[in-house]
Ligand binder design. Structure first.
Ligand code: ATP
Ligand code: MG
Length: 387
């Protein structure tokens, strides 16, 4: 038997004129998420239905529940619009579930008002039938051990048990294109996930200092990036060496400004790459107050270097919330692998926490920034990540 999966979406249904645009994007993203399965996706009555091989059902659900824009998914059975057929399927579900369980609840939603029975009537009828066949069960409306959910649609009824929550948000691609500054840390992958959730399609840039940073730390970033593609999207990853830039900074600039100057170079590189790739904004994992470079003064002096919009989705989050999210999206375990980041190399004893722009500009005058940017981007590597 083929599996049938009901995919519910939320926010996008509310967006008036944009609705069909968003639905189309979600449809494409669902298809892309399922590209390795022999699955069909159709849209009907404000939902999507996915059919595919029963043996792949769990794997398809696992994929679908990660697609941005999806509110929840359920494995459903369909029946004709007859109470007898609905009852038969409900009894099959109860037979599967009733042995370890002891209570249940029937929940009906009647979208099709032509159906001759009301929702409470259906609940009572089906509940009574289940009780009769399974006398050890009882009805528990507040905390049932399993549910039988019934939806009376226009052409068929759908019967299911669980709703697996999706991430919600908007389909990737509908709000624009941005460049994620992806380090190997805990924060930036979460920032990327949050940007994707708001409908941005992303490319990522990672700065490394090979051979001072190891190939392991490069692998780590590649793994993080791949994890961000778990919903089926593609994510181009640009790997850019800043070894030469760091060398120049160390040679010509005051050590306490090293981090700030490196960060400004990172933004210059990001801006130039964005121009080449038609990306409209930058996304970082910056927060406030976590580290020396994240005082308001530092962030201002660093971002002064570019006119580009910089999105910082983590600004409102506490560290533990970021860590929880990282665990949930399966980036945490990768992020805590102990490999060094380019910024942790050459860290001065006492980095400036309240840098003055004037001093930074003077120090920077010792660098040929345009030449450094061009050279670093010419040597950049591009990997297309997908999963
Ligand atoms: P993360 O956990 O993402 O590394 P963090 O808390 O360590 O962040 P910082 O080291 O101050 O904070 O970095 C701030 C942001 O700058 C990062 O979230 C990331 O967006 C960007 N960034 C830092 N290092 C790199 C790097 N090597 N490559 C690309 N982006 C970087
Ligand atoms: Mg970091």
């Amino acid at each position: 038997m083929a599996a049938l999966i009901l995919v519910r979406y939320g926010e996008i249904a509310l967006k008036g004129k944009n609705r069909s645009y968003f639905e189309k994007a979600l449809f494409n993203n669902l298809k892309s998420a399922l590209r390795n399965f022999e699955a069909r996706v159709i849209r009907k009555h404000g939902r999507f239905f996915v059919s595919g091989p029963a043996a792949a059902e769990d794997k398809m659900i696992d994929r679908l529940r990660k697609v941005f824009g999806v509110v929840s998914v359920s494995s459903v059975r369909t029946t004709p619009l007859e109470i007898g057929a609905i009852e038969k399927t409900a009894l099959e579900i109860a037979a599967d579930r009733s042995s370890p369980e002891h209570s249940f609840k029937v929940e009906t939603r009647r979208a099709n008002k032509q159906f001759p029975l009301t929702s409470p009537e259906i609940n009572r009828l089906i509940g009574a039938a289940v009780l009769k066949k399974n006398p050890h069960l009882k009805v528990d409306l507040h905390d049932p051990s399993f549910r039988i959910a019934i939806e009376i649609g226009p052409e068929a009824a759908f019967i299911f048990q669980d709703r697996v929550a999706g991430p919600g948000g908007l389909p990737v691609g509908v709000t624009g294109r941005a460049l994620l500054l992806l380090s190997g840390g805990i924060d930036s992958p979460v920032a990327g996930w949050m940007a994707l959730k708001r409908g941005l399609s992303l490319e990522a840039i990672h700065y490394h200092s090979y051979p001072y940073t190891s190939l392991r730390s490069r692998e780590k970033v590649i793994d993080l990036c791949r994890q961000l593609t778990a919903s089926g999207i593609r994510l181009p990853l640009h790997l850019v060496s800043v070894t030469e830039i760091q060398r120049e900074i160390r040679e010509h600039c005051p050590p306490e400004l090293g981090i700030i100057l490196l960060r400004r170079m990172m933004l210059r590189l990001a801006e130039e790459l964005s121009r080449n790739r038609s990306l409209q904004a930058l996304v970082t994992g910056e927060s406030l107050g976590q580290v020396a470079s994240q005082t308001l003064e530092s962030i201002s002096v660093i971002s002064e270097v570019t006119p580009m919009l910089i999105l910082r989705p983590l600004l409102g989050m506490d560290k533990h919330e970021i860590v929880d999210r990282a665990a949930q999206i399966d980036t945490y375990e990768i992020s805590i692998r102990p490999y060094e980041d380019c910024c942790t190399l050459f860290v001065p004893q006492r980095p400036a926490t309240r840098p003055k722009l004037q001093r930074v500009l003077e120090a920077e005058a010792a660098l040929d920034t345009a030449k450094l940017v061009t050279a670093a981007l010419e040597a950049a590597e591009l990997q297309i990540m997908e999963s």
